[in-house]
Design a protein around this ligand. Sequence first.
Ligand SMILES: CC(C)(COP(=O)(O)OP(=O)(O)OC[C@H]1O[C@@H](n2cnc3c(N)ncnc32)[C@H](O)[C@@H]1OP(=O)(O)O)[C@@H](O)C(=O)NCCC(=O)NCCS
Length: 157
Amino acid sequence: MSPVLRPVEPGDGDVLHAIFTEPGVRQYLFDDVLLSRDETQAHVDAACAHGAWVICLDGTVVGLVSLRPTGTVDRELIIAVSERCWGGGMAYEAADVALRRGFEMLRLPRVLAGVDLPNQRSHRLMARLGFVPTGESDGPKYRAKNYELVRPADLSD
Ligand SMILES: CC(C)(COP(=O)(O)OP(=O)(O)OC[C@H]1O[C@@H](n2cnc3c(N)ncnc32)[C@H](O)[C@@H]1OP(=O)(O)O)[C@@H](O)C(=O)NCCC(=O)NCCS
Protein backbone atom coordinates (compact mmCIF):
# COMPACT_ATOMS: atom_id res chain seq x y z
CA MET A 1 0.00 0.00 0.00
CA SER A 2 1.33 3.44 -0.93
CA PRO A 3 1.47 6.28 1.60
CA VAL A 4 -0.75 9.34 1.15
CA LEU A 5 0.45 12.83 2.15
CA ARG A 6 -1.92 15.44 3.55
CA PRO A 7 -1.12 18.82 5.13
CA VAL A 8 -0.25 18.52 8.81
CA GLU A 9 -2.79 20.06 11.21
CA PRO A 10 -2.49 21.21 14.85
CA GLY A 11 -4.77 18.31 15.81
CA ASP A 12 -2.11 15.81 14.65
CA GLY A 13 -0.13 16.60 17.83
CA ASP A 14 -1.14 13.49 19.80
CA VAL A 15 -0.29 10.96 17.10
CA LEU A 16 2.94 12.75 16.18
CA HIS A 17 3.95 12.92 19.86
CA ALA A 18 3.63 9.12 20.05
CA ILE A 19 5.87 8.81 16.96
CA PHE A 20 8.42 11.48 17.95
CA THR A 21 8.96 9.80 21.34
CA GLU A 22 9.65 6.32 19.92
CA PRO A 23 13.27 5.40 20.79
CA GLY A 24 14.35 4.87 17.17
CA VAL A 25 12.71 8.05 15.93
CA ARG A 26 14.01 10.38 18.64
CA GLN A 27 17.55 8.91 18.61
CA TYR A 28 18.83 11.18 15.86
CA LEU A 29 15.88 13.43 15.04
CA PHE A 30 15.87 14.91 18.56
CA ASP A 31 19.31 13.76 19.78
CA ASP A 32 17.51 11.19 21.95
CA VAL A 33 15.65 13.88 23.90
CA LEU A 34 12.19 12.80 25.04
CA LEU A 35 10.00 15.73 24.00
CA SER A 36 7.22 16.93 26.27
CA ARG A 37 3.75 17.07 24.73
CA ASP A 38 4.04 20.88 24.56
CA GLU A 39 7.41 20.66 22.79
CA THR A 40 5.90 18.30 20.22
CA GLN A 41 3.05 20.74 19.68
CA ALA A 42 5.54 23.54 19.05
CA HIS A 43 7.15 21.39 16.33
CA VAL A 44 3.74 20.52 14.88
CA ASP A 45 2.62 24.16 14.85
CA ALA A 46 5.86 25.18 13.10
CA ALA A 47 5.36 22.37 10.58
CA CYS A 48 1.81 23.60 9.91
CA ALA A 49 3.16 27.10 9.32
CA HIS A 50 5.52 26.02 6.56
CA GLY A 51 3.25 23.47 4.93
CA ALA A 52 4.61 20.06 5.99
CA TRP A 53 2.67 16.84 5.41
CA VAL A 54 1.69 13.92 7.57
CA ILE A 55 2.27 10.50 6.02
CA CYS A 56 -0.89 8.38 6.13
CA LEU A 57 -1.20 4.68 5.57
CA ASP A 58 -4.73 3.33 5.26
CA GLY A 59 -6.05 6.50 6.94
CA THR A 60 -3.64 6.32 9.90
CA VAL A 61 -0.89 8.90 10.46
CA VAL A 62 2.46 7.07 10.52
CA GLY A 63 4.94 9.92 10.06
CA LEU A 64 5.80 13.44 9.00
CA VAL A 65 7.68 14.75 5.99
CA SER A 66 8.73 18.33 5.56
CA LEU A 67 10.64 20.65 3.28
CA ARG A 68 11.65 22.86 6.16
CA PRO A 69 12.79 26.43 5.47
CA THR A 70 16.44 26.96 6.45
CA GLY A 71 16.45 30.74 6.63
CA THR A 72 17.98 31.00 3.15
CA VAL A 73 16.29 30.29 -0.18
CA ASP A 74 16.95 26.60 0.47
CA ARG A 75 14.73 24.07 2.17
CA GLU A 76 15.78 20.84 3.82
CA LEU A 77 14.13 17.44 3.77
CA ILE A 78 13.08 16.16 7.19
CA ILE A 79 11.31 12.83 7.48
CA ALA A 80 10.24 10.72 10.42
CA VAL A 81 8.28 7.50 10.19
CA SER A 82 7.05 5.29 13.01
CA GLU A 83 9.43 2.40 13.65
CA ARG A 84 6.64 -0.08 12.94
CA CYS A 85 6.70 1.08 9.29
CA TRP A 86 10.47 0.92 8.70
CA GLY A 87 12.10 -1.37 6.21
CA GLY A 88 9.45 -1.57 3.48
CA GLY A 89 10.18 1.40 1.24
CA MET A 90 7.33 3.52 2.60
CA ALA A 91 9.58 6.40 3.74
CA TYR A 92 11.21 6.46 0.31
CA GLU A 93 7.82 6.76 -1.40
CA ALA A 94 6.68 9.54 0.95
CA ALA A 95 9.93 11.49 0.58
CA ASP A 96 9.79 11.11 -3.20
CA VAL A 97 6.27 12.60 -3.30
CA ALA A 98 7.33 15.50 -1.05
CA LEU A 99 10.40 16.20 -3.19
CA ARG A 100 8.38 16.22 -6.40
CA ARG A 101 6.01 18.74 -4.82
CA GLY A 102 9.01 20.84 -3.85
CA PHE A 103 10.43 20.77 -7.37
CA GLU A 104 7.15 21.02 -9.30
CA MET A 105 4.97 23.28 -7.12
CA LEU A 106 7.49 25.30 -5.09
CA ARG A 107 9.95 25.35 -8.03
CA LEU A 108 12.86 24.78 -5.65
CA PRO A 109 16.18 24.63 -7.52
CA ARG A 110 17.51 22.14 -4.96
CA VAL A 111 16.68 20.53 -1.62
CA LEU A 112 19.21 20.08 1.19
CA ALA A 113 19.46 17.45 3.92
CA GLY A 114 21.67 16.94 6.93
CA VAL A 115 22.06 13.47 8.44
CA ASP A 116 23.90 12.58 11.67
CA LEU A 117 26.90 10.41 10.78
CA PRO A 118 25.72 7.33 12.74
CA ASN A 119 22.17 7.44 11.26
CA GLN A 120 22.85 4.71 8.69
CA ARG A 121 19.22 4.07 7.81
CA SER A 122 18.81 7.70 6.85
CA HIS A 123 22.05 7.75 4.80
CA ARG A 124 20.74 4.77 2.81
CA LEU A 125 17.46 6.62 2.24
CA MET A 126 19.32 9.71 1.00
CA ALA A 127 21.33 7.58 -1.44
CA ARG A 128 18.18 5.89 -2.78
CA LEU A 129 16.54 9.30 -3.30
CA GLY A 130 19.57 10.49 -5.29
CA PHE A 131 20.99 12.98 -2.78
CA VAL A 132 24.68 13.80 -3.25
CA PRO A 133 27.02 14.41 -0.28
CA THR A 134 28.41 17.95 -0.17
CA GLY A 135 30.45 17.89 3.06
CA GLU A 136 30.17 17.58 6.81
CA SER A 137 29.30 19.93 9.65
CA ASP A 138 29.12 19.86 13.44
CA GLY A 139 25.77 19.30 15.11
CA PRO A 140 24.63 19.58 18.72
CA LYS A 141 25.44 15.89 19.43
CA TYR A 142 26.90 14.34 16.26
CA ARG A 143 28.73 15.50 13.19
CA ALA A 144 26.41 15.45 10.19
CA LYS A 145 26.84 14.66 6.53
CA ASN A 146 25.30 17.33 4.33
CA TYR A 147 23.47 16.48 1.11
CA GLU A 148 21.79 18.19 -1.79
CA LEU A 149 19.40 17.04 -4.48
CA VAL A 150 19.19 19.30 -7.52
CA ARG A 151 15.89 19.66 -9.39
CA PRO A 152 15.80 16.96 -12.06
CA ALA A 153 16.44 18.08 -15.65
CA ASP A 154 12.95 17.04 -16.79
CA LEU A 155 11.47 19.54 -14.29
CA SER A 156 13.75 22.47 -15.09
CA ASP A 157 12.37 25.86 -16.22
C1 LIG B 1 15.03 7.65 8.08
C2 LIG B 1 13.80 6.77 7.96
C3 LIG B 1 12.62 7.59 7.47
C4 LIG B 1 14.11 5.64 6.95
O1 LIG B 1 13.07 4.69 6.94
P1 LIG B 1 13.26 3.28 6.13
O2 LIG B 1 12.05 2.49 6.40
O3 LIG B 1 14.59 2.70 6.46
O4 LIG B 1 13.33 3.77 4.61
P2 LIG B 1 12.57 3.19 3.33
O5 LIG B 1 11.13 3.41 3.44
O6 LIG B 1 13.24 3.76 2.14
O7 LIG B 1 12.83 1.64 3.42
C5 LIG B 1 14.00 1.12 2.89
C6 LIG B 1 14.32 -0.21 3.47
O8 LIG B 1 13.23 -1.10 3.23
C7 LIG B 1 13.71 -2.23 2.48
N1 LIG B 1 12.61 -2.68 1.62
C8 LIG B 1 11.91 -3.81 1.85
N2 LIG B 1 10.94 -3.92 0.92
C9 LIG B 1 11.04 -2.85 0.10
C10 LIG B 1 10.31 -2.41 -1.03
N3 LIG B 1 9.28 -3.11 -1.50
N4 LIG B 1 10.66 -1.25 -1.62
C11 LIG B 1 11.70 -0.53 -1.15
N5 LIG B 1 12.43 -0.89 -0.06
C12 LIG B 1 12.09 -2.05 0.56
C13 LIG B 1 14.95 -1.73 1.75
O9 LIG B 1 15.82 -2.78 1.44
C14 LIG B 1 15.54 -0.81 2.80
O10 LIG B 1 16.22 -1.51 3.78
P3 LIG B 1 17.77 -1.20 4.08
O11 LIG B 1 17.90 0.28 4.35
O12 LIG B 1 18.05 -2.03 5.27
O13 LIG B 1 18.51 -1.58 2.83
C15 LIG B 1 13.43 6.12 9.32
O14 LIG B 1 14.50 5.33 9.76
C16 LIG B 1 13.10 7.15 10.41
O15 LIG B 1 12.00 7.67 10.48
N6 LIG B 1 14.08 7.42 11.30
C17 LIG B 1 13.87 8.33 12.44
C18 LIG B 1 13.85 9.79 12.04
C19 LIG B 1 15.16 10.20 11.39
O16 LIG B 1 16.22 9.89 11.89
N7 LIG B 1 15.04 10.93 10.29
C20 LIG B 1 16.18 11.40 9.57
C21 LIG B 1 16.33 12.86 9.73
S1 LIG B 1 16.06 13.69 8.19
